[in-house]
Design a protein around this ligand. Structure first.
Ligand code: FAD
Length: 116
């Protein structure tokens, strides 16, 4: 039965997770408190430990050790996450995303009004 909802495969899980992560970064404060900065850093450390795709999780753990989250404001966090996602895109042979447009993609909608 094609109408049945099924467990996620690696691709669906990835797409859904990136949607959440980029949206969360877009709505992170412009002026976070020291506590919020710490919490966001630990969020990504912990996220990387439990992401339910083993190979993805291992890669991501290594990547954030190499390039730790930039938690000073929403803009920096969004750019950092875009960069991290592009590393995965590169590894998978997917197209690179233009990080100057993350805010349009995940918060404001495209400048041409196509999301209005
Ligand atoms: P996705 O890559 O899921 O992207 C979804 C949407 O995000 C795109 O349509 C685009 O609009 C937007 N987007 C694309 N790039 C960016 C960017 N750089 N910044 C902002 N927005 C962007 N799969 C593996 O096979 N091996 C792995 O090691 C692996 N590691 C992963 C690690 C993490 C943390 C996550 C969340 C996923 C990982 N995945 C991995 C899954 C993989 O990244 C994709 O999610 C999956 O292949 C589906 O790809 P997609 O083409 O639907 O688009």
């Amino acid at each position: 039965n094609n109408d049945r909802e099924c467990p996620l495969d690696k691709e669906e899980l990835g797409k859904n997770t990136w949607s959440f992560l980029h949206t969360m970064a877009a709505y992170y404060p412009d002026e976070p408190s020291e506590k919020q900065k710490c919490q966001m850093k630990s969020f990504f450390r912990n996220f990387a430990m439990f992401y339910p795709c083993h190979i993805c999780a291992e890669h991501f753990q290594e990547d954030i050790k190499l390039i730790p989250p930039e938690v000073s404001n929403a803009d920096d966090l969004s750019k950092w996450l875009c960069f991290m996602h592009n590393r995965v895109n590169l590894r998978l042979g997917k197209e690179e995303f233009d990080c100057s447009r993350v805010r349009e993609r995940w918060k404001d909608g495209w400048k041409d009004g196509s999301c209005d």
